[in-house]
Design a binder for this molecule. Structure first.
Ligand code: IPM
Ligand code: MN
Length: 357
């Protein structure tokens, strides 16, 4: 019997629904070709719903989402809503409540895609960032005192638990073992200044690395140096593991060197629960409804979702088709400059995957 995957779809704000629609078409085409099927349920979470109902997420959202095999998310962020409300109330809340403790972000330059790095190409820019996704500065620990006065105090603490750090590192080691023959894992931290947090990270990194993943080469770089090497020698990296805040920052840099937000995808992963896949770029509200936004990042997120669900062949086929489209078809990855509409880019990926072009 063929497998049926039950997918929750959160189109979200701005161009989110448009790019997700193309990702869903590609998933359906992959399902037909590779012998599985999908059942989809749409959720209307996002700015419009919030403005209408005053509710960021309904009470039942987390329980409902737990009932699916995976979640595909478009984008969250609405010009009519104060920044932070939707990001925290939807994106961060789901990451935390669903305990998606890994944020997996491949940084891979596809053929035909421009990178701002001089003399670097697809051979040099191909690594993955494993970002811790439920702790650190994102945990919300802290508070303020005497707010609004000259004596205001604001404290925001980075929470790093042995359990949280260890499960993230183990995931990164296991991912590195499987990824390729290089098997090199770089811990990105700041051991020279953040001497409590990254002391814990470094000790656990070396301890579990030596004991359980001796085949993986361990490397360390401070976060500032990591930024430098990502620009100067990106080929040095295979897999980078880091905390939540540093991971947030270095993956925006990563997205830029791989060709921008139109192509960067990521997964919020709970290896034993429900994971959520998303294009990293924002909701790009000014392009809403114009059929000019690039859907490739969302399509790649759909591919990552299939890989996570165990449909490796289908995931690889989507990636190859995307690489064909960037290499042979698109003029640019930028909205309105691709030489094709959003829907046509979806068509190209599907036609390539089905061997029609
Ligand atoms: C990301 C985003 C989010 C984050 C924001 C929107 C809360 O920047 O997914 O990287 O900081 O994690
Ligand atoms: Mn970010």
């Amino acid at each position: 019997m063929s497998k049926i995957y039950d997918i929750a779809i959160i189109g979200g704000d701005g161009t989110g629904p448009e790019v997700v629609a193309q990702a869903v078409r590609v998933l359906d085409a992959a399902a037909g070709k590779f012998g599985f099927s999908t059942k989809k349920k749409d959720y209307d979470f996002g700015g419009d719903r919030y403005l209408k109902t005053g509710e960021v997420l309904p009470n039942t959202a987390v329980t409902d989402l737990r009932g699916h095999d995976a979640i595909l998310l478009g984008a969250i962020g609405h010009p009519g809503v104060k920044p932070g409300i939707l990001e925290q109330g939807i994106l961060l809340k789901l990451r935390f409540e669903l305990d998606q403790y890994i944020n997996l972000r491949p940084v891979k330059l596809f053929p035909g895609v421009d990178t701002p790095l001089k003399d670097k190409g697809p051979d040099e820019i191909d690594f993955v960032v494993v970002r811790e996704n439920t702790e650190g500065l994102y945990a919300g620990a802290g508070g303020s005192l005497r707010k609004g006065t000259m004596h205001e105090v604001a404290v925001q603490e980075s929470i790093n638990t042995r359990m949280g750090v260890e499960r993230c590192l183990r995931y990164a080691f296991e991912y590195t073992q499987k990824r390729n023959q290089e098997k090199k894992l770089t811990l990105c931290g700041k051991t020279n200044v953040l001497t409590y947090a990254f002391d814990l990270w470094e000790r656990v990194f070396n301890e579990v690395g030596e004991k359980d993943y001796a085949d993986v080469k361990r490397d360390y770089a401070h976060v500032d140096a990591t930024c430098m090497w990502m620009v100067k020698n990106p080929e040095w990296f295979d897999v980078i593991v880091t905390d939540n805040m540093f991971g947030d920052i270095i993956t925006d840099l990563g997205a830029m060197i791989q060709g921008g937000m139109g192509i960067a995808a990521g997964g919020n992963i709970n290896p034993k629960g429900v994971s959520m896949f998303e294009p990293i770029g924002g909701s790009a509200p000014k392009y809403t409804g114009m059929n000019i936004i690039n859907p490739l990042a969302a399509i790649c997120a759909g591919g990552m979702m299939l890989d996570h669900l165990g449909e490796t062949e289908a995931a690889n086929a989507i990636e190859s088709a995307v690489m064909f489209v960037t290499g042979q078809k698109l003029k640019s990855l930028a909205a309105g400059k691709m030489g094709y509409s959003t829907v046509e880019v979806g068509d190209l990926v599907i036609d390539r995957m089905l061997g029609k072009i």
